[in-house]
Design a protein around this ligand. Structure first.
Ligand SMILES: C[S@@+](CC[C@H](N)C(=O)[O-])C[C@H]1O[C@@H](n2cnc3c(N)ncnc32)[C@H](O)[C@@H]1O
Length: 222
């Protein structure tokens, strides 16, 4: 596994640089044509434009695809919205040699209805629930995941709760990707707190920072 520890940022550095995509798995170049297409697809402002509403930087999308592609067990997403990140992970799962399931959770039925249309034909399990509550249920049902993409909210509270509880459902050696970690508003704007939620919620000694790509941080469960 390749770590990019130099991409860690202190609070005052957030948003001042956008680290480029770099691989965690030892690959050279792009994984496949879909991965490469993410490097060249159209942008809508700063975000990629795959004709699904959403807010992913190119670097975020490249990382998400890689992590989902090489993941060898189930994947969990917290925050589906219209399914942009889910679509990228579902494409990765379809193209990957490793069979895996994808479960994506959102508390909004309206958002899930749009996602269901955008994800037609792809193998994704969509669940309407509050992320903070579903983790307990998944744990009780003995569901375990090797990758989670956490993209719920900018706010401290829900992300803190998820970070505090998520190791119960992540396999040892598994990863979480935290969106909006590298955002200048974290710590300055009272509505933004993903960086602080990760710092406070990820249990010391259980998680190690592996890198930042775009605005997304990658942590590995030890
Ligand atoms: C930023 S959007 C997700 C974007 C999506 N991952 C993408 O790439 O397009 C956040 C989503 O999380 C959902 N959400 C917010 N708080 C939540 C919570 N506590 N539990 C579950 N879903 C939540 C919202 O309804 C919204 O659809």
């Amino acid at each position: 596994m390749i770590q990019h520890l130099y991409t860690f940022m202190k609070i005052e550095e957030l948003g001042k640089r956008i680290p480029e995509y770099g691989p965690t798995y030892p690959i050279s170049g792009y994984i496949d044509a879909f991965h490469e297409s993410l490097a060249h697809c159209k942008l809508n402002g700063k975000n990629i434009d795959l004709r699904i509403d959403g807010w992913l930087l190119r670097e975020d999308a490249l990382k998400l695809y890689e992590m989902a592609y090489f993941c060898q067990e189930a994947i969990l997403e917290l925050g589906t919205y219209h399914g942009l990140s889910t679509y990228i992970m579902a494409q990765a799962a379809q193209n990957s040699p490793y069979e895996k399931s994808i479960t994506s959770v959102d508390l909004s039925l309206d958002a899930l209805a749009v996602a269901r249309k955008n994800l037609r034909g792809l193998n994704v399990n969509l669940i309407c629930a509050k992320a903070e509550e579903i983790i307990k249920d998944l744990e009780t049902q003995r569901n375990r995941f090797a990758l989670a993409f956490v993209d719920l909210s900018y706010s401290y509270e829900p992300v803190y709760h998820v970070c505090k509880e998520i190791d119960a459902v992540i396999l040892s050696g598994g990863f979480i990707l935290l969106h909006d970690w590298n955002d200048v508003r974290n710590g300055k704007d009272p509505d933004y707190g993903v960086y602080h939620a990760a710092r406070d919620g990820l249990k010391q000694g259980r998680w190690e920072f592996n890198g930042c790509y775009g605005c997304t941080a990658l942590y590995r469960r030890i």
